[in-house]
Design a protein around this ligand. Structure first.
Ligand SMILES: [Zn+2]
Length: 287
């Protein structure tokens, strides 16, 4: 059997069913038998058994905007932002902690719900005129109460890249705020008017002084903290220079061999929920 090489938060089984968003009657008819995921500041109730999301019958859901997540053969699914219910054998958990442990359906539901709820919580007013906006189309848009303009959920593209020497070494860096020993791939936001590939070259240069070439896309995953989409790349260092932290973002950056990464020791790699881990692990498996 082939191992699952998808990034942990890029798994989903529920059909987003965008057509249903166009008809409030369809959404209203789905609600009575729907299952509801309650989210509160990025957390959801997760049962220790599995672990698995605790989904409520809609009759038990708190008051709040009904954000349509889609449907599968079992049910329709909505998210509601509100106080988490209490259940024995279950506890509030965030996506970072549980995202890699949930099954495919639950990982997809939670990342969708958290990303959508984050956007609604922070986009309550119209960027054109400042009037309040209200959710529409099952939460897929917000509409201005004054001028009727529609506003769509924002996703901020970021690049994350494993820089190799074309052989047995990669560059990893660490930020001062990370736990002792933690090293990870370089990363940064795509700027306006810039391609993802250009952002890879620029960020590596800014953070380490290294020039890279042969930028190749690998995979992506949503990272709703609060609204990023991580675009994963590999790039090859042009030359055999040493990385030197230079823009204040990293406190250290250095080359590591596969053996060093496998042996571990004091080295702490990023957690499996991150696409950084996926990029590193894929490269380790190839060596
Ligand atoms: Zn407006």
């Amino acid at each position: 059997m082939t191992a699952d090489r998808r990034p942990a938060l890029s798994r989903a089984t529920v059909d987003r069913d965008a057509a249903a968003r166009e008809d409030d009657g369809v959404l209203a008819a789905a609600w009575p038998t729907a299952q509801v995921l309650v989210v509160d500041n990025g957390q959801a109730l997760v049962s220790d058994d599995g672990p698995a999301l605790v989904l409520l019958p809609s009759s038990d859901a708190p008051e709040g905007d009904r954000l349509y997540l889609g449907r599968d053969e079992d049910s329709a699914y909505f998210a509601v932002a509100g106080a988490l219910p209490r259940r024995s054998g279950a506890r509030p958990v965030g996506l970072r902690d549980v995202g890699a442990l949930l099954g495919d359906r639950d990982a997809g539901l939670l990342v969708h719900a958290v990303g959508l709820a984050n956007w609604h919580a922070t986009h309550t007013h119209c960027p054109r005129c400042g009037a309040p906006t209200l959710p529409a189309r099952g939460g897929a848009v917000r509409r201005c109460t004054a001028d009727g303009s529609e506003h769509f959920p924002r996703t901020d593209p970021a690049v994350i890249m494993l820089v190799t020497d074309g052989g047995d070494r990669v560059v990893l860096g660490r930020q001062a705020v990370w736990p002792p020993g933690r090293y990870s791939t370089l990363a940064g936001f795509v700027e306006p008017g810039e391609s993802a590939e250009q952002a890879v070259v620029r960020e590596v240069q800014e953070e380490t002084g290294l020039a890279v070439r042969d930028v190749v896309y690998r995979s992506s995953q949503p990272w709703p903290f609060p609204a990023s989409l991580m675009l994963g790349f590999r790039a090859v260092c042009d030359g055999d220079g040493e990385p030197v932290p230079r823009d204040g973002e990293l406190e250290d950056a250095r080359w590591f061999t596969r053996d060093e990464l496998r042996t571990g020791g004091a080295l702490l790699l990023p957690p499996p929920v991150s696409i950084a881990w996926r990029l590193i692990d894929d490269w380790l498996q190839q060596g």
